[in-house]
Design a protein around this ligand. Sequence first.
Ligand code: IVH
Length: 701
Amino acid sequence: MPKLNSDIAGELRPEDYGRLVETLNRYGRAYYVNDAPLVPDAEYDRLYRQLELLEAAYPELIVPISPTQRVGGAPLAAFTPVEHRFPLLSIGDIFNAQELHDFNARMQESLDAGSIEYCAEPKLDGLAVSLIYEQGRLVRAATRGDGRVGEDVTQNVRTIKAIPLQLYGNYPQLLDVRGEIFMPRDGFAAWNERARENGGKVFANPRNAAAGSLRQLDPRITAQRPLTFNAYYIGFASADASLPDTQYQRLQYLKTLGLPVNPLVQVVSGVQGLTDYYTAMGQRRAALNYDIDGVVLKVNSITAQEQLGFTAKVPRWAVAYKFPPEEEITKLLAVEFQVGRTGAVTPVARLAPVYVGGVTVANATLHNEDEIARLGVMVGDYVVVRRAGDVIPQIAAVVAERRDGTQTPVVFPEVCPECGSAIERVADEAVARCTGGLICPAQLRQSILHFVSRDAMDIEGFGERIVEELVASGKVHCVADLYALTTHDLAALLLDPGNDSRKPRLLGMVTARKLMQNIEKSKRVPMSRFIYALGIREVGQATALTLAHHYRTMAELMQASAGELQALPDVGPTVSMHVVDFFQEPHNQDVISRLIAKPEELMFSAGIEVLSQAEDFAAAPKPLDGQTYVLTGTLSVPRHEVKTLLQSLGATVAGSVSKKTSAVVAGEAAGSKLTKAQELNVPILSEDELRALLQQHGVRI
Ligand code: IVH
């Protein structure tokens, strides 16, 4: 017998086994079904390890419902077809208010009723499955297939932690539960990000990811995919079950058995109730952590459902009211290459304009060369454009069937399209970079735009056209040249008219004077903003703030060694290397001395006064002292930056929501933490509200 030599197994005895399995399954239910963890993840993990040790010592104890037994069995050669005892039906689709009205009128007429009660549910965009429980034990899981015959995916479904292996409470002898397996957006994004880095399988959307993951012959692969499940229908229950008489109550009953049900399910009445629900879900859609493609509206009363019955294909008592699509097909007209501030070359797709996700899309990022290779996209292809929420449009896939031989390969340039310098790709980085540095007009333009931007030197009025013209006319070769401009230089600028008119426009004296004033105003600047404005690679606002808090002057910062920098909070080896490299570069030293030296020292100095922030750091007021914030969802600023800014005001930033949380900041596609905050009545801040809060305390993001 293996020895239980670990500390945590110290007290374990075989008679504890059943209790341990039960406890872990109970914690699992609380987490997945009630969305209310009973213990921190670390405690769950500790008990799980105990269970593993106990099972290693006493393998004869192992029961199939142990949480360690989700992944078992050898890879299959093929999936076995299974005939569903009761077909997995589809539902009829409707797309507009008129069709909704017609549906409700049909129900009223058939049931001879006035206002009808409905159970309204999100239409989850995943895969339908049937789960068969015998004596509460999961014995089979099958995909929908053609509705009559599906595939046996039991081994894979057992690996999905949200699906109980053993029901709980008052379950019937036989239960056939229908529901949707899907991949949450955060899990999907994380999966794809990792896949892009290490050459794994990248999926076009969460639905494809869920389908691809469930159709793995090796359950160990499925086990690694972040799949989850919501139950939405009872296909069959043996006669010993005493089922409630409404769809809504049946869902609540399924919850008592340990099956997760979607929290947004609601009972509503009449066309107005249905419309309101549809509208509300449409508005919440972008912020959810999973894709929904509409709402499913079901007559709530089961008696009424039975009266209405089914057509050959679909139930008469339900419809799927679909949202406008988030994916559309359009033609890829061209691929252009944009050069950013750090020289990163980004391929941008120019598309035949298409209405998708509520806006007209004509451009989409293609990220990098690997992404182009992964998609196998060619110029002239028809492509699937996806725009979910406010996320920037993406090309999700190529419609290969629509190729007609006229397509041409996307050629990644070997030299910079702007300055002709070589483009270099660092071995394990996905980005290609122009090596031209500031001789590249594109990099120069971008670095100037960054320098003048609101969070940097905040010089208002220098938009893309003016900056482009300043660079093209040779008046500005580096950011320090901005401070040598005269009103006459500016007034004489001939601006490219863009699309609106034919003739170039003269900037003129009035605008020029205003710009000169704005330049003048920027000359007193807190050190953190000045550091940020320099555009050092990977030095965002939060890092700039850290640096400004620790160095009294730019001269001190410029002398700092990599080792010294790395000792600062949140500064790692890469950032410290970029900082040191930046300040060692003679051109950068020259620009900085031109910017900040006093006029009497250097004739062409800009005379910028960099205000030290180091002295006041320790003494600085900490207005958010004692408050705890939780960040969730995608914010437009990197999360670690927001975290540092909140911390600089004295706040604590925590990873999970509790009653003590002061507020939850919810970005795009916020998930369970947002739901938790709503349940606990914890205040929720949007990104804009967070911005306002920080601004009150003099911090800008
Ligand atoms: S009820 C007999 N409820 O939509 C009724 N289906 O077009 C069975 N779906 O294949 C389905 N969310 O995969 C139902 N809340 C929900 C749903 C839902 C998504 C899917 C399901 C089905 C398809 C019907």
